[in-house]
Structures are given as C-alpha cells and as structure tokens.
Design a protein around this ligand. Structure first.
Ligand code: FEO
Length: 412
C-alpha cells in the first residue's frame, strides 16, 4: 500500500498526498530511486467543495479512498486544473464518472483540449484567463497564467484570504520527504538537491519561463504565506526559500569552484586523461564531481543534470565509437544542451583508435548552444607526457575562461 497523507493546511483547505515509491523512471525517462509524491488539494465549505488537481492514474483507488475520508466524491462541485499532465490529471476521468460529469472543471482553454483528448471525456469546462478572479463560497480565487511551467496550459491559483499559492509543478521536487512542510533546516537541506534535479530534468528546457514567471509573481505583489506545489513539500515556514532557489537554478548561477566531469572510457585511455585533469583541479583547490560510463559503471544522467546546472565548468571525456562520439556521451550531450544550456566553459578530452573525428563531431553537436568550447584535447590510445602537458594547459585555460561577462574567480 502506498503512503497517503491528509493534512488541513488552513481552515477547510486540505493537502492530499500520495508517495509513489514504485516509479523508477519519471516520465519514463528520469531515474529517481528517491521516488516522488503527488499532491492534490481540497477546499471544503458549507456551500461548495473544490478539488485542485488529482494524482497519477495508478493511484486512482487510493485517491478516491483518501478523498472519501473528507467528502463524498459525488459532492465535488468544481475541479481546478493547474496542469493537465497525467501525473496530476490521471484520477479525473474516474471522478467525473462518479459525479456524472456534472462537475465544473476550470482551467486554461488548452487544458480542455488535452484532457478531453487524453481521457475521451466530455467536460463541463470553464475557461479561465490570466488575472481572472472567481468568488467561490466566500473565497476569492485569482488565476495566474504561468505558461510552460511545465506545459503551455499551466496556471496557478492565489487565494488571498489565506495567502495560498497553488503553484502546479513549479516549486516541486522529486523524493518522498518524511515531513509534509519545510519545518526544519535538515528537511529543507536534504530536499533541495531533489528539487534542483527535478527542475533541470522536468522543466529545464523552459528555464527562461521559470525566471519570467517568478518575476510575474513578484510584480503581482502576492502575500504568499502557504506555497503548495503538486509535488513534494508544502512551504509555509518560508516559501521564499524555494522561490529564490528556483530562480537561481533557472538562471544557472554557478557555484564557485565546482567542476563536473562526465566521461566514457572503454579500455581506460580516457580514464587516465580524466585522472590527469582531476589531479590538476584538485591541486588548484577545485571541488570536482566525476561521473563515468565504463565497463563497470553507468553514470546516473538525471543526477548529473542536477549537478551541472550550477557548475562553474564542465569537462567531458569520450572515446571514438563507429566514427562518432561514444553513444552514451552523444546521448548525454544532447540532454545537456536541451536541459541545461548555459554559458559555461567546456573542456573535451578524447582518445581515438584509428580515426580522429572528435573535433568535427563535438563542434557539430555544440553548434548553436550557449556552452563555450575552450579546448579539445584529442590523442590516440593512452595519454603520454605530451598529452599530459596539453591537459594541464587546457585545464588552465578552462579555469581562466571568461564567460557571462564574469571572470571565473569573481563568481560568488
Ligand atoms: Fe508533475 Fe508536469 O507534471
């Protein structure tokens, strides 16, 4: 049985959470041994009952059981859809079946098309637009259009009376935190790396929209006292913490002296070159994280994406494989550019067997990205003393690289 939770966050306003510990690959893509939670919310008054979103379809039974502890599911008057993705809308069709499809469903006009297409249902749908306010049972709900957090139909709802911001995917995270709230430092510190990994892997492609939408929320001057996302912790002690981290990660603000190395090595040649670079970085006092694809190791790409977003620089090592880069490195580089494209120095270390195609292939792959290729150090087989010298020089240039108008030494 999955763990489910009910918590009254404000008078008549409830969190309904389920922990998904069965999921291994979120979206069928991102490896998350830490699991994830799905949060729905419910507002109950004498006059009306409003449900905000739902859970993933695999937890349909548990969702209805949990909901039934608070209200009769037949008596839900309105459902607000912040995001149509099935990890939040998967329980909608069953609920409407119980309700006889009479329940009003509110959301962005795009959500209607998606939901009716996904679940083959006909909705009693009410479009909402940016800035629209709605009075339901004495509560004033203000809808805020927050496109591409994480799909084009995404909205947030602000309930001024209790300072509640229902934020959809935004400000959520992977993992199944033991606590429901940001109540202590230990909980928050343990949670933040999962939030960063979630942001980059799930919303990373739309990072500029994270920044724009946070600025939009700030301009609205909302008094956010309870920040309730669709995944993970509810923020009530200090909602600004996660908002500020989200902005910082979306802007790819680098952490001083943090370098991430990702490499493949079939027979240990690239491995040796990476050790030479790592030794040089270590001697200069840099904090280096190393991930590898070898005959004994498969690097966790989801974790790496979470780490590269705030690295000061990235070193990639690859062999040549069938006249191209090593396949896992091709895959990783494509995801790096798709999810974490940012003005960062990149240093390449590459060993080839009989044909050196690395320079051409690397330049083709990084063409049009914001990453700055500092040097490509290519060599046949094992790196010798001359290659070691080139690596030392390459690392020096990589660390001195000027990017984003800031010198690396000046980064905070
Ligand atoms: Fe949590 Fe984009 O769905």
């Amino acid at each position: 049985m999955p763990k489910t939770y009910i918590s009254e966050l404000a008078k008549g306003f409830y969190l309904l959470r389920v922990d998904d510990e069965k999921v291994k690959y979120f979206e069928g893509l991102w490896y998350i041994p830490e699991g994830i939670s799905y949060n729905a919310y419910l507002m109950v008054s004498n006059e009306k009952t409003i449900l905000f979103d739902g859970w993933k379809y695999s937890y349909e039974k548990e969702f209805l059981e949990t909901l039934s502890k608070l209200v009769d599911p037949k008596k839900i008057d309105s459902i607000i859809i912040h995001h149509a993705e099935p990890d939040h809308s998967g329980t909608l069709a069953k609920l409407l079946e119980i309700n006889g499809s009479k329940t009003e469903v509110y959301g962005h006009t795009l959500a209607k098309k998606m939901l009716e297409g996904f679940y083959k249902v006909k909705l009693n749908f009410k479009d909402v637009v940016d800035g629209q306010e709605l009075d339901i049972a004495g509560n004033r709900l203000k809808f805020i259009y927050t496109a591409l957090l994480h799909w084009p139909e995404t909205i947030m709802t602000y309930i001024a009376q209790d300072g509640i911001l229902l934020s959809g995917d935004a400000f959520g995270a992977y993992s199944m935190p033991e606590k429901l709230f940001d109540e202590d430092e230990e909980t928050v510190l343990k949670y933040l790396p999962f939030a960063k990994k979630y942001l980059v892997t799930v919303i990373g492609h739309y990072r500029e929209h994270i920044v724009k939408n946070i600025e939009k929320l700030d301009k609205l001057g909302l008094d956010i006292r309870l920040l309730v996302p669709l995944h993970g912790l509810v923020w009530k002690k200090n909602p600004r913490v996660i908002i500020d981290y989200y902005k910082r990660w979306a802007q790819a603000v680098p952490e001083k002296n943090k370098i991430v190395i990702i490499y493949s090595s079939m027979y240990g040649f690239v491995d040796k070159a990476v050790l030479m670079a790592a030794k040089e970085l270590d001697q200069k006092g840099y904090k280096t994280l190393i991930y590898k694809f070898t005959d004994t190791n498969y690097a966790p790409i989801s974790d790496i994406l979470g780490e590269v977003i705030d690295a000061q620089g990235i070193i990639l090592g690859t062999g040549v494989y069938e006249a191209d880069l090593f396949p896992y490195m091709r895959h990783f580089i494509d995801l790096l550019i798709e999810k974490a494209d940012s003005p960062r120095p990149i240093l390449i270390l590459s060993s080839y067997g009989w044909g050196n195609v690395v320079r051409k292939k690397i330049e083709e792959r990084f063409k049009g990205s914001k990453f700055k290729l500092i040097d490509i150090i290519d060599f046949q087989g094992l790196p010798d003393g001359e290659v070691e010298y080139r690596i030392r020089e390459g690392v020096k240039n990589f660390l001195n690289a000027d990017f984003r108008g800031l010198h690396a030494d000046g980064l905070g």
